[in-house]
Each structure stands twice: as C-alpha cells, then as structure tokens.
Write a protein that binds this ligand. Sequence first.
Ligand code: NAD
Ligand code: SER
Length: 316
Amino acid sequence: MRKILVIGAGGQIGTELVMRLREKIGNDQVIAADLKDDCPEALFNGPYRKMDALDRDDVRSYIIDEKITEVYLLAALLSATAENNPAFAWKLNMEGLFIILDLAKEGYLDKIFWPSSIAVFGPTTPQVNTPQLTIMEPTTVYGISKQAGERWCEYYHDQYGVDVRSIRYPGLISYTSLPGGGTTDYAVDIFYQAKLQNKFTCFLSENTRLPMMYMEDAIRATLELMEAPKESIKVRSSYNLSGCNFTPKEIASEIVKHQPDFQISYDPDFRQKIADTWPGSIDDSPARKDWGWKEEVDLKELVRLMLFNVNVELLT
Ligand code: NAD
Ligand code: SER
C-alpha cells in the first residue's frame, strides 16, 4: 500500500500537492510534514508531523517505522532567500536530499520526488526555448544547489537504482498559500495588490521574460510524472517543463482587461540580477515525449483564475 510523506508540506507547492495526493490515495495515506509547529489549515483533513528535514535521525526513524513508501521532498530555501543566506541554503537544499536518497538506496523507499528549478540555468544558457541538455552555469546559490542536486539524483539512479524523479519547475502561480521567497514571486503578489489597491510596484523590470506555470498544471505534471511507468522516465536529472511565459508588462496588460484602472510601476531590486540569468522560455519536448506532458493554462486563463480566487485575507 502506498504511504506518502511530503516534507515541506506547509509551503506554496506542498499545500496543494498534499490536497491532491489525499484526494487520489486517501487522507490517512499522505502525511504532511514541515518545520512549522502548526499544521496549515488547508491540511487539517489528514495527518501532520512537525519535522526538520535536516534532522537525519528523526527523518530516518520516522520513514522506517511508519513504512513510508514515497517521499516528496519540498523543503528548501528559494532563490531570493537563499542569496541572503548562502551557507544555510546550501546545507538545507543538499543535506536534506542526501538523507532521502540514502534511505532509498538502502531499500526503505520505492520512489522519491525532488523538485529542481529553471534556476539551474545561467547567463551562458540559450535564453529562448532553452533545451533539456544545454550549457548550465548557474550563478545563484539556489541554482548551484539545484544543479548539484540533479547530478546526485542521476547518480543515485544510475549507481544504486534509486527511483528518483524530478521536474525543473518554472515560477509557480497559485492562491492557496503565499510564495516562499523566490524571484518569480512578483507574479503572485501582483494579484493581491491588484485587488487591494489596484496598483503594483514590481521588483523586476517591465520586459523581464520568465517561464511561469499555474499551480494546477504543476501539480498535475508532478502526479503524472510520479505515476508514469519506470521505463518511460528517460531523464533522471530533472525534466524541463513549460507552461507559459510572460513579462511584468504583459501580465499587467492582461489584468487591465479585467480592471481597466490597474497601474503598474517598476522598481527593480537585487532579484533583477537573478532573473536576468534565467531563461525566458523552455523547450520541454522530452517531458512531452516520455510521459505525455501537456500544459492546460495559458496567461489569459491564469489571470482570470487568479483574480477570481485570490483572497487578500491570506496576507494578514
Ligand atoms: P516554500 O518556501 O513555499 O515552502 C517550503 C516549505 O518548506 C515551507 O513550508 C517551510 O516551512 C518548509 N521548510 C523549510 N525548512 C524546512 C526544514 N528544515 N524541514 C522541514 N520543512 C522545512 O517553497 P515552495 O515554493 O513550496 O517550493 C517547494 C520546492 O519546489 C522547493 O524545493 C523549491 O526550490 C521548488 N521550486 C519551487 C518553485 C516555485 O515557484 N514555487 C519553482 C521551482 C522550484
Ligand atoms: N520560483 C522559484 C524562485 O523564484 C524558481 O525556482 O526561486
């Protein structure tokens, strides 16, 4: 019987992933774990365990004693937060991964999901339709940790047969919980400010194009990847994945179609430098070919869904 542990479940992806996994395999079969003392309200319908992804003994004994079969390891520092604390970002993003990879190597886990990011690319990467295999010279500590993580995932698969699967998520847009400190967070904040004050100051410049994706597409991709037959997973580092891509100016223009008086201004900060090193669009043909990936939500639909669903009370 499948028993899933989601570590870092209280964040932007984890909250929605746990909800969907519980719908699929049953509330009691999916344990949400996070550093946070309290279980997020959205996850009250199933088990919650306070857990530090870096506490090797606790993570190991919990997974072994509870006979966990799959781990989704989401705990990490994201790009902007990581730049403010590089040493800790490296520790969290790498050590947490090794604890889980080693458990799978020892035969305690059937499958692992570990997310990578478009941050694995860097200023020397081709920025348009970035291919799966290309130059990768990330310049952020977050990107370096994700790239190293990808190499180790592939190594554990090739050397020890570990069934680890991964996606290079683009910037994810959602309304159930707030984003956790990334460079793409502006594309979520913009909806809260559109609702609160009908204007927004963006920390990226108007023509900064980045790959993005609506959360529902990202969760569906994750589940499809994890349910695909082992033999069809040809990429064991991490799959490129594309949803849509846009600039701050383009998303603002789309919001104006719903709120004609909406105004955007630009005040780029340190995150501009990070965004400038990332691709503007992604070629995800291996994901389409290997496990049938196809996005459903474009920019127009994403804006409609976000404006309809965003609840500004989440900010308080
Ligand atoms: P988030 O910051 O919203 O959530 C991370 C969660 O991990 C938080 O609830 C936090 O409390 C928890 N956490 C932090 N340290 C922990 C620890 N030591 N032990 C247990 N829990 C801990 O992040 P997210 O956006 O949900 O991202 C999840 C993963 O997906 C990360 O690996 C991130 O790099 C990756 N990713 C996210 C995006 C995105 O746009 N959100 C894009 C690409 C990749
Ligand atoms: N959304 C993430 C970030 O900006 C991309 O990995 O950090």
